[in-house]
Ligand binder design. Sequence first.
Ligand code: UFG
Length: 329
Amino acid sequence: MGNILVAGGAGFIGSQTLLSLAKDGHRLTTLDNLGNGFADNVLAGEFVEGDLHDSALLDQILAEREIDAVIHFAAFIEAGVSVKSPMDFYRNNVAGSLNLVQAMVRNNVRKMVFSSTAAVYGQQDQFDLLHENLPKQPINPYGHTKWMVECMLRDVAAIDELETICLRYFNAAGSDPEARLGERHNPETHLIPLVLDAARGARDNISIFGTDYATADGTCVRDYIHVSDLADAHGKALGLLLNRNESKTGFYDAMNLGTSRGHSVREVIETAKQVTGIDFKVIEQSRRAGDPARLVADARRAKEVLDWQPRRSDLKTMIADAWQFRQNL
Ligand code: UFG
């Protein structure tokens, strides 16, 4: 049990994680600037509106609330957007994280679970599954920013100032079982919510970005993982950090969160048609900049280290859960 600061807790994965941490009995403070999050997503603990660049606010929260550990979700996430606005990504993701880590060190808060991403691997299609030890070769600014922060955390851990676990998510999907917390980005760029918008008539069609990739059906392959499984993994990573006894030593670990099963864009669209029972128009377009052909996790490490197993991450369940949420929008 601890006092936990959840930076970016009003977003899709952060808000789901709050529910899971609250069940474990943690006392929670969410800090979010509502750039992409929603205050009404914060269904557990207290909410503070504010920004990672506000050092005075960070000092105040960390000290007054006697924070034991931070879970850091606050970042821009769209790979495609990062290609067009790289400086926004470096400022928000890298400079914001540096400011947070500096505040943590100032206030002797040593433990952090960090939201990283499969995008750190870039394009390594010669491997069916991406193992954590592969070289990090991001192909978009988003992936660069996340890898930079991982390097920073590792280097700060090496001088014994930080204990950190970086969780490299593959493609988050689904919603909570009560369909309150789903993907609602503005503008929405992610495949599953857009496909479901085509199904519910909120858009005329869905575009497939690229049909000439070197994959079985020519479209990109991703490893989709249910957001409630991601939330679970955060609870376990946090527990591991809070239970560490060697409190004077630094610690860095990084692990993939995925299922080791890949699904193509076409497969997602076909499954969405089955789940919803609705046919909709599909348009084939050229590739989107910054997209690797295939991102599928070697997910053994998280199972071993965290004793974690995905439970709701079959494609039909994820799309059905996302559909429940999307219809209520
Ligand atoms: N896609 C389409 N049509 C669309 C939207 C997406 O064909 O209208 C394709 C994309 O080109 C890509 C795939 O669907 O090939 C998945 O795209 P998303 O935008 O849903 O997700 P990304 O794989 O680009 O990125 C997501 C998160 C990142 C995370 C990454 C990890 O946004 O934060 O998953 O794999 F790093």
